[in-house]
Ligand binder design. Structure first.
Ligand code: NAD
Length: 503
């Protein structure tokens, strides 16, 4: 069998002319006031596109289109099997546009092309297909009431959903909202991050090409305090599905309070603990898993295991193992198909990450490897994979989400202290326990205040399982059938059943 030649990503990137216009009611358009911003690539600073700078007037147009589409039932009142067909076609078109979407994503936010092509595009397509397939298999309920009445408990689409997403996995985060929201019959206005605005309007074009009626899925790129705020405050938006920082998640709750008390589902930051006990039977695999999960996506993952909690008896050796893996993750050209780690999203993020590295040094943590900016001549924003040892859980680098390739190793004395340190965080997104003892694994997994706990692994991921956090990591759950709860209202309908007069 002949293997297809590896695409020349540099040539393709040079030929690409991304369309930065917004997408409302089935049409590409510029912002109402013609405002725009220039988008440059973090991989080398090249100019990528002029992007429509959506503001309140554009959100107004998009919400009006979404509302009209919802109210006339062009999508919401189609049979589930009909919606399924359209969404399957949408998923197929995403797969067919794989190279184009992967390239846009890499140029836009800096991740290696091998991963935007093998992870981001397939995961987004799979998510849409999964919800397409689910929607004609979910039944409503009849309550076990008495004989003189019938109580139907049904799920109905909410109406207009505002989806506000971050830049670290732009297509996947959008798909996690779009899948359940569209499958259950809602209309959507999606606001991508201003740092990664290019794939979202393209997804909307593909959806309409697949047969989604115009107006059902609209995209307004723009800045958070402009387009994002206008969307989250809009009285005709019934729910906001937000993924982003805890700081902005707080604002989402305020916007809802100041407007129409719309439902707010927050998927926020994390500072996940990866706990290694001395009875872990494969320290080599534990170290490789920690490094792989930490440095994947340049450390710009909400669930990156950025606090490595290691028992003091094995900590020295474990620190050495993790640090020795760093060369594998040295940042490289994201358009080179062998690169493992790419560019940070922009100069601001670069400064933030370098600032935290300085804070680690100042607090007295010991930098075992990395700690510097890399590939400076490229014109892009790269940081070496960095491992600090001797970190205290009270230090800034242990408490705050860095969102870059910086791992902090914290030592513990016993199981009780490990649980205490892991839970001593305002976040509660994920955690991992490494131990050969089944009892310990279950005990610790139960004691951890986190939305997902991994045992002796960190890699498993599937659209069938919920994803979300405890505490200030958020309230909603993306993925799985549970995500339908976010975008549907629960209705009870009582019917009287007249009984024949007794003879
Ligand atoms: P961010 O909060 O700065 O921005 C997220 C989105 O909100 C963007 O579209 C942005 O334009 C918009 N926004 C910003 N300010 C706004 C405002 N005042 N009003 C309305 N909208 C506003 O987050 P980010 O830097 O884009 O993304 C990184 C964050 O996302 C990290 O904290 C990460 O942990 C989190 N994240 C969480 C998950 C999860 O599932 N829990 C997944 C991915 C990323």
């Amino acid at each position: 069998m002949n293997t297809p030649p590896t695409p020349d990503w540099h040539a393709r990137a040079a030929a690409l002319q991304p369309d930065g216009r917004l997408y409302i009611d089935g049409q590409r358009a510029w912002a109402a006031d013609d405002a725009s911003f220039e988008k440059h690539s973090p991989i080398d600073g090249r100019r990528l596109a002029t992007v429509a700078r959506g503001r309140a007037a554009d959100i107004e147009r998009a919400v009006a289109a979404a509302r009209a589409a919802f109210d006339d039932g062009r999508w919401a009142r189609q049979a589930p099997a009909a919606r399924k067909k359209v969404l399957h076609r949408f998923s197929e078109l995403i797969v067919a546009a794989r190279d184009e979407l992967a390239l846009l994503e890499t140029l836009d936010m800096g991740k290696p092309i091998r991963y935007s092509r093998s992870v981001d595009v397939p995961a987004a397509a799979n998510c849409i297909a999964w919800y397409a397939e689910a929607i004609d298999k979910v039944y409503d309920e009849i309550a076990p009431t008495g004989p003189q009445a019938l109580a139907l408990i049904t799920r109905e689409p909410m109406g207009v959903i505002g989806a506000i997403v971050p830049w670290n996995y732009p297509m996947i985060m959008a798909a996690w909202k779009l899948g359940p929201a569209l499958a259950s019959g809602n209309s959507v206005v999606l606001k991508p991050s201003e740092k990664s605005p290019l794939t979202a309007p393209r997804l909307a074009e593909l959806a309409v090409e697949a047969g989604l009626p115009p107006g059902v899925f609209n995209v307004v790129p723009g800045y958070g305090p402009e387009a994002g705020e206008a969307l989250a405050l809009h009285p005709e938006v019934d729910a906001v599905g937000f993924t982003g920082s805890t700081r902005v998640g707080r604002r989402m709750l305020e916007y809802a309070g100041r407007s129409n008390l719309k439902r707010v589902y927050n998927e926020l930051g994390g500072k996940s603990a990866f706990i290694v006990f001395p009875d872990c039977e494969d320290l080599e695999r534990a170290a490789a898993t920690a490094a792989g999960a930490m440095f994947f996506n340049q450390g710009e993952s909400c669930n990156a295991p950025s606090r490595l909690l290691v028992h003091e008896s094995i900590a020295d050796g474990f620190a050495e193992r993790v640090a020795a893996l760093a060369p594998r993750y040295q940042p490289g050209d994201p358009l080179d198909a062998t690169t493992e780690m790419g560019a940070l999203v922009d100069e601001g993020q670069l400064r933030t990450v370098l600032g935290y590295i300085d804070a680690g040094h100042e607090a007295g943590a010991r930098c075992l490897t990395g700690g510097r900016q890399a590939r400076i001549d490229s014109g892009g924003y790269y940081v070496e994979p960095t491992v600090f040892d001797g970190v205290g859980n009270e230090m800034h680098i242990a408490r705050e989400e860095i969102f870059g390739p910086v791992l902090s190793l914290i030592r513990f004395r016993d199981e009780a202290e490990a649980v205490c340190l892991a839970n001593d965080s305002s976040y509660g997104l994920q955690a991992s326990v490494w131990s050969h003892s089944l009892d310990r694994a279950h005990r610790v997994a139960r004691a951890l205040r986190a939305g997902t706990v991994h045992v002796n692994q960190y890699d498993e991921d599937d659209i069938t399982v919920p994803f979300g956090g405890y505490k200030q990591s958020g309230n909603g759950r993306d993925k799985s059938l549970h995500a339908f709860d976010k975008y549907t209202e629960l209705k009870t309908t009582w019917l009287r059943i007249a009984m024949p007069a007794s003879r």
